[in-house]
Design a protein around this ligand. Sequence first.
Ligand SMILES: [Zn+2]
Length: 508
Amino acid sequence: MFAHVHGFHYLGLQTYRINVEVDIVAGLPAFNIVGLPDAAIKESRERVRSAIQNSEFDFPMRKITVNLAPADIKKEGPSFDLPIAISILKATGQIKQPLNDYCFSGELSLTGKVRPIKGTLLLAEKAAKRGTSFFLLPESNAREAALIENIKVIPVKSLLHTVSYLRGSEKITHFPSYEVKQATENFSEDLSEVKGQILAKRALTISAAGAHNMLMMGSPGAGKSMLAKRLPTIMPPLSKKEIIDITKIFSVAGLTNNGHNLIAKRPYRSPHHTISSAGLVGGGQSAKPGEISLSHLGVLFLDELTEFRRDSLECLRQPLEEGKISISRALRQNTYPANFCLIAAINPCRCGFYGDKVKQCLCTPSEIRRYKQKISGPLLERIDLHVNVDRLTKEELISYKSNEKSSEIRQIVIDAYSRQKKRFTKEKINLNSQMKPAHIKKYCQLNKESLEFISQAVDKLGLSGRSYDKILRVSRTIADLQSAEDIKTEHIAEAIQYRQYDRQNTFG
Ligand SMILES: [Zn+2]
């Protein structure tokens, strides 16, 4: 007796169609699963057997062979329990209906309950692409899968529930498709809540507009993380495709709370400095996405940058350059997108109060020098904006001056985004921070006056050739924020302000 049913599988963000085949022949009772199963699938035998028996079905006392094809794809996780059980019931004639239009995913409990799985969004997308009509999956995964168009999501509670539906003895209404546009951003914070900090807020606006990485320096309590946390509120809203792309990464990481956490706003992630390299960039046992991928299209905030492990920070080089990360594990490689805006924060010295107006710094000059040398050079290479965040004075703290709202700043940022999009239609980049030297040459042409100004400034302040490119990239964004076609001297003058650590020549 032979039967087969459709299932799907993912490795990283890659998805595959899996044929679950079962052959039942006379012979000594045995139950084997072949097709490169990992430990979880071997355990699946016990779950499938108990679930079938405890759901009032007969488990055949014959030789059962299950093949998960194709065999050369590594299978992981418990999501094949349901399709395996269904294929056995089909082969033994306990389900008579044809199953070609259906696909299945779900873990089974010993009592036959269907338990949630990870990565449903990816599986549903693949199922829809393959033209499968009905996707039967765990009830609590339904909402996430229903984001995908052209597929009917059938939420099932148990093996018995599933079979009753297939036999037509029980009706299950398909989960209503969930429109991404119904998702709201719901920010609980706003940039207007931050008092003072005019320069830092301006730098944040430039960072949002051109996706420029930024370094903030200031004493503890100056409000660095408060500022960083509000960056997503002034970045442009996500498109439908971007929402799905980000939610897929969260789905694979098991962080979508069964579809209730559709990632509808730009992510903000702020891992603690004790995080491992695998936690930061991804990897570990199951090659899961790391913090840099969870902040894809959003913000990665590294507070107390000097405290992070050096090897972890070194791992950021590739993603900062390419917007993605490849993680190798065993015989395969998972690639995850990691196109994030990096905001790093540091104290000005070990004790934290060098240059503070109120509290005195207790560090010696050599301690201050050593502290600043701790910052990874290659990382600094990728940072376009430097800004000081000073603690507020008493007057600033008690002032009730109204501040610009996030929504107002966001509108200007959106305009600057569309200018960049238009400019780069024929290029492989979207934003000013991604400009390579050839783009800079083409899109950041200066008139004679501006050219003179920048070369004088570079000489006078002892800036390196590399900071020259950064100044031009940032100037281009400042000009875009003003809807200016050409980069003018005033734009360059402002951009130079954000290279102050080069000027102090402290981080050589
Ligand atoms: Zn100090």
